[in-house]
Design a protein around this ligand. Sequence first.
Ligand code: GLA
Length: 725
Amino acid sequence: MISFDRTTRTFHLQGKSYSYVMRVNGSGYLEHLYFGARVGEDDLSYLNAPCFLSFSPLPPDAEDPAFSLDHTPQEYGCFGQGDFRAPAVLLRREDGFAASRFRYRSHTVGGQKWESDLPHARGGETLTVVLEDALSPAEIRLFYTVYDDSDVLVRSAEIVNRGSAPIKAERAYSFSLDLPAGEYEALRLHGRHLAERIPERTDLGHGALKICSMRGASSHQMNPFLALLARGATETDGECYAFELLYSGSFTLEAEQSQTDTVRVQGGIDDTGFCWTLGAGEKFVTPQAAIAYSGGGLGALSRSLHDFLRNYVLPAGEVFARRPIVINQWEATYFDFDREKLIALIEEAAPLGIDTFVLDDGWFGKRDSDTSGLGDWTVNTHKLEGGLAPVIAACKAHGMKFGIWFEPEMVSEDSDLYRAHPDWAIGKSDVPRCTSRNQFVLDFTRPEVTESVFGAMERILSENDISYVKWDMNRHITEFFSAALPADRMGEFAHRYILGVYALAARLQRRFPDVFFEGCSGGGGRFDAGMLAFFPQIWTSDDTDAAERAKIEWATSYAYPMSAMSCHVSACPNHQTGRTTPFATRGLLASLGPTGYELDLSTLSAEEKAGVKEQIAAYREIEELLLRGDLYRLADPFGKDVFAEMVVSKDKTRAYAVGMRMRAVPADFNRRIRLQGLDENRAYHVRELGLTLHGSTLMRAGLLLPRLGEYDGWSWHIEAVPLPS
Ligand code: GLA
């Protein structure tokens, strides 16, 4: 709900349980007043009493001599007007002047028409506040979208040049707001390839805490997610805020504690090397940011984000649909396969209940290793005699579907595509380029490049019966340069690149609406809410080790729903860590996301093959819970001995818990795990334990931690039953 009080010029925005309040102050600036648990629609202007502070400049148009933008909480801070905190926007005019003084002009309430290739959230009610600059012909529109059933607020901005001379946007963040003075901790998800999304929680001191990627991709190294927590907040208690970008390119999120202890949090496109020229009448649209509030700890914060992403961002037709259960050939053969090997794998997979065969890297061009072939999307008939047809026929004969891998954004130096179009690779022809995995990135800012990739993919997808595409991306951008962009527009390159990626993904999905697209970037290198608008699931990590996956799945769930985390059972010793974990545990960890297999099935024992059948049946039994349920994190695997999570149906009649011993500990008898999310007044039956207990008992007294060995896992299937009389 959005309301505006004309007398106090106050906006009250309400989501499911939060209020977000701002006002137009006497000097015409948009002032942030409150964001937190629901409050009355009162005049909250008393919360920002003007107070004189030396060295805080007085703007020439200030109504009060104690007013300064330097310590006034704002909605979108600007440069050069007396606010010395980091600005959300920096606009430079032709004469080099870059100060702005944006004040309220008007507002409207209604649906938002989205006119960009950027991913965006559907639905909701949108407030548009128009600000105009007293010092230039620039206009900013701030968008705020609220949902009655969600504790997520969506923000973005649009900058319009109303003048005739060009304006350069050297920074254009998606959102900014100033939280009141307090003691906050910051939680971010850093990492690296094979170890994505490691949570790190630190006190927020003075100065700016900045997390970012300058890699042209959201990256394994830092996820575009930042949470601010009231110091000491836990999974179940405390105020928490999350800021998550619907963006997959270079980004920044920053939290700056000011001289008066307030915290400016803001972010959007990373401004390193960024500069967007707005010609006369042109506008620039920023990516959207999802901003969540929870008064009940991190668990509730995550559940709000999960519901929001599932209901309003992930592809509507697929987000709640049953997922394919795949056998992916990558870890089974790597590049070393031929038609017979693939058909043998299909024949092994079908009787086990696996329904989709995915042909990964190596099927095209001259691709026997990662040194060549990318960009040549024609079938390698030396490896696959007769092309894809015999493999697809084998799938069909066994009642299975066929999926295929592409890395659309890349080109190998040793490829026909590169030989024909060396200038299509990002970089400068007279400057030797960095390689990474022996490949270059294609210049997706150029329509002829994306057109050619579209044509090649369209050919493969239309000539063959393909139900699934895995879209990979295995390096980051270095020499940011396009031979097709004018020199004074090169600062637009990185953003234009990702717009090209989004446009191609959208076009392919429109052209092939029945194909299921999974995202991937060396595993979870682009696991972000922007990609999730196109890909209902993403390959969570190239690390398939169960113990590592426990951590990755746990931390990924801070920001993203489990139904988006593609999880496979792989071979042991694990190819990434060398660790051996029980087959059953690998199945349990892979049941916490759309499941699949990624190993040579012919090496499995009869017992393990029976295990696969059981795992698939068990997965199908809980799939609905996984797609729609509420996730509760019970035992944190980071540095601890145990991992445990549970998912509960919305009506609280069913739940599924999975746990794993991360480390064997001698004689730790009778340790308890408290369940969460159940109805305390109902009775529940725990299938594996044969116990029937009240929800209150399960949540307060808990269950005993099973006495298992290192890396052993367990599950509890929990079902509401009539109360014992
Ligand atoms: C990336 C992906 C893997 C696999 C390989 C193929 O690393 O994450 O799953 O597809 O590429 O080269």
